[in-house]
Design a protein around this ligand. Sequence first.
Ligand code: BES
Ligand code: MN
Ligand code: ZN
Length: 490
Amino acid sequence: MKITSSLMTPSKSKSGALFIGFFSDLKFNAIAKEADSLLGKQISQRIKSKDFAGKTGEVLTLFTDSGQRVVLTGLGDEKKCDLGTLQTATTKAIKAVVTTPVKTVNNYLTSLNFKNIDEAVAGKITSIAASHAAYRYEVTKNFKKDNKHNLTSMTVYADKKSAAAIKQAASIATGVETTRALGNLPPNICNPDYLAKQAKDIAKKYDNCTLTILDEKKMQKMKMGALLAVGRGSRNESKMIVLKYTGTKKSQRPHVLVGKGITFDTGGISLKPGANMDEMKYDMCGAATVFGTFVAVAEMQLPINLIMIVPAVENMPDGDAYRPGDVVTSYSGKTIEVLNTDAEGRMILCDALTYAQEYKPQVLIDLATLTGACVVALGHVASAVMSKQTQLPQDILQAGIDIHDRAWQLPLWDDYQKQIDTTFADMQNVGGFAGGSITAGCFLSRFCEDVNWAHIDIAGTAWASKKDGATGRPVAMMAQYLINESNKSK
Ligand code: BES
Ligand code: MN
Ligand code: ZN
């Protein structure tokens, strides 16, 4: 969906639908008054007859004489209205028009005088939420002719001051869509080679982007023994995808994002149970998030240098697959005893993280659907941030609050490290039941000792249910983090 901003008022709008917001006090602002007169006072009537009370998420569609839709949208108690409320209300308003013939929308929710939300932020949140609500997966499904999504663009009511924020939001929304599109693809299409081809397309699209791909032969030469071990059971060749964006002077050290790209996780020889194994197509959502964030940054042309690194590997059982008990030597030289081939994410990430440090990052962040334990700890609400640094995780959490794509920190104290010690190698790849997300983080930390690094476990947030598919989280948080970073260096 195309997102723009303007100060055009309802009487001038030629859009198929207008979104008019109300708090539960049902006061009319100037925009609501104008809409009411366009509607021959239908809004006043519907409020009087108690058909609309302005409750959060409540929507009521009215029609002008010329057939234009006006979607009354409730945002509840003015004092309680926060970013979450605005997100919910926007979603409901879009859902009210998305299966209708409406092609364009004027969104006036931003004309409300929010007590707790900055104007520019409101514009951003409603834009990202609208784009999210308008998306549907279409690649491998045949839709009936009458089941059409016609909505192509939305204009958000905003002044010049907020226009830049809305432009950013449009870029972030494009990034989120990129991530959802990749995440939702079936694993027989979205394999390591497919991801590499997507990176190629991105490199072609933006002048200041360049691509390097390491194939298995190259990675063997480099001795990336941990990553290669995971890929051994698959017919699909493993790839390391390295996409560079130069947005400022070359001397400025890059931000490097690493994303777990397991295009399908069977568990390998430590085979997963059959139930819901299909969901392990989402095990490349760390990679998809990094792709989406990269696209958002390239769209915004932020004045930073950014490198995305995606280890893309399929984890399959096979006669040549790696086994429990194997000891492999990682790219760093550290040895790893494989106790469970289903703890494969950390195996590919450790080599990618070691490699990433060759780019001398000022910040190194990895994103991964790393542990089921993360879903137990934080559910589908918060991504988990882990770091040995003090400032970096705070900056990430703050970005999540800023854009309402939130995360929560788990400790990476040394007290947990002993759970991955072993007699037979420098470390083992599992830490047992207790603190499963943290010991996975501890494993990665052993490869990130002298770098400003954070790990984000997105196992609970990258997808929420089979029906709704990939969420595109936490692209918004990551893009906002990089926006905040680019403002720092100004
Ligand atoms: N990709 C999974 C983690 C996962 C599981 C994410 C379910 C979302 C939902 C990861 O590769 C995995 O299998 N982790 C194991 C680690 C264990 C063997 C230490 C897990 O969480 O069970
Ligand atoms: Mn696994
Ligand atoms: Zn996995």
